[in-house]
Design a protein around this ligand. Structure first.
Ligand SMILES: Cc1ncc(COP(=O)(O)O)c(C=O)c1O
Length: 411
């Protein structure tokens, strides 16, 4: 037996703990617990019949090729379908601008490796996606965060931080944002801020990472142009787009893609070569079938209706069971799968999590969504997975649990 394994681990990994919430999720096995914790799409939205058909056809017609190694960058048929998928969103790319990834998380890991040395700075919203934080953390960067606002990232706040760093001779490697229905807050960045972010990127020569898993999940209001498309209108070259089909199609096949300048995509492809080599062709073929043969546009409309109704139920029940005097506030997203709840300062949601388990309801404690200096009185709520009835019941249980912790309204 090797003595002291930890001393053998690389410096980057010695201190690396992965997702800190993993242990909490282990506590959710009790079937009576209604979990609002994971970011799972509903299996009700899986295209089961279409998937079975496509799978049969792929294996019947092409098994020998499907079960082989394949191109690192991605299958040409899927790349073609992605070009079309983006064209409907006013983004113009060719194959040299795209690399297929084995999930959104994979895409984040690859850009982290591409850009970050230990000690490098990444600019983030506070809060932001915990998976991005853990992916980037593997390179031991320094996170500089700015509190997100109701209408998206605080771009002027980013500017102040970047200017202060410039005075110390330091320059962030990138700005990471999720402009549409952000995970975890559900907040969407308005058009002015998207444009201002591009100006900031140009002023300081800092790339933007635009992570877009939820863009098609809009339930109210008008779609706002992506930062990538706005950048293209201004000449392009400042944005790297990260996408996943985990929410829109299914998470099981682990298919996503990154887009960006050809030079960036070529380097990402080199890293992927030493990483997973290629993404399974079967999964790519299934995804290409989703994009071209499974009635994707209709499916998107169905998802909007289905998830939009769940969000309405959730918000309505929140209004009823979380009266203003409780001092609890929450976001009211126009789309996505999440909303963000802020509790009175004295409540630590990590402690509350264990209490909530007794009430048979679960959420994600908000501290994991901060790169630094977490706000511990916050939580992320997922409303896509539980049924409407479960959502109503979960809000009631959560309200009871929180009340029991408040001295003024304690049960
Ligand atoms: C903002 C964001 N980026 C990336 C991902 C990762 O996607 P995937 O499940 O494909 O790894 C998620 C998943 O929840 C996400 O919310």
């Amino acid at each position: 037996m090797i003595q002291n394994w930890n001393s053998r681990f690389s410096d980057n990994i010695k201190v690396y703990g992965g997702y800190s919430i993993g242990k909490l999720f282990d506590l959710l096995k009790d079937p009576e617990i209604i979990s609002l914790a994971g970011g799972l799409p509903s299996p009700d939205m899986f295209l089961k019949h279409e998937m079975r058909l496509a799978s049969g056809k792929i294996l019947e017609e092409n098994l020998e090729k499907v079960m082989q190694y394949t191109a690192i960058k991605g299958e040409p048929a899927l790349l073609d379908a992605i070009v079309q998928f983006l064209e409907r969103d006013n983004i113009k790319v060719t194959h040299e601008n795209i690399m297929v990834t084995s999930s959104g998380q994979h895409g984040l890991d690859l850009v982290g490796r591409l850009f970050l040395n230990p000690g490098d700075i990444a600019i983030l919203d506070r809060p932001t996606f915990a998976g991005a934080i853990v992916a980037f953390q593997m390179q031991r960067p320094e996170f500089v965060g700015v509190d997100i606002q109701e209408d998206g990232s605080d771009v002027e706040g980013f500017r102040s931080k970047i200017e202060a760093l410039a005075k110390e001779g330091r320059k962030p490697k990138f700005i990471y944002v999720i402009p549409d229905f952000q995970n975890p807050s559900g907040i969407t960045m308005n058009l002015e801020k998207r444009k201002a972010l591009l100006v900031l990127s140009r002023d300081h020569d800092i790339p933007i990472l635009e992570d877009s898993p939820y863009r098609d999940f809009r339930y109210n209001g008008e779609t706002i142009p992506s930062i990538y498309s706005l950048d293209q209108e201004m000449g392009g070259g400042h944005v790297i787009g990260l996408y996943t089909f985990s929410k829109l199609f299914c998470p099981g096949l682990r298919i996503g893609f990154n887009i960006g300048p050809a030079e960036v995509i070529a380097k990402l492809t080199n890293i992927k070569e030493g990483n997973v080599l290629n993404t399974p062709k079967y999964n790519q073929d299934m995804c290409a079938a989703f994009l071209t043969e499974m009635g994707m546009e209709e499916h998107i409309l169905k998802c909007r209706k289905y998830y939009g109704e769940k969000l309405q139920v959730f918000l309505k029940t929140m209004e009823e069971y979380f009266p203003e005097e409780m001092g609890v506030t929450w976001t009211r997203p126009d789309g996505g799968l999440f909303l963000w709840v802020t509790l009175p300062e004295e409540i630590d949601t990590h402690e509350l999590f264990y209490e909530a388990i007794k009430y048979k309801v679960a959420f994600v404690p908000g501290d994991v969504f901060f790169g630094e200096n977490p706000k511990r009185n916050t939580m992320r709520i997922n409303f896509s997975f539980a049924s409407k009835e479960q959502l109503e019941e979960a809000v009631k249980r959560l309200s009871g649990c929180i009340r029991s912790q408040l001295p003024s309204t304690g049960e």
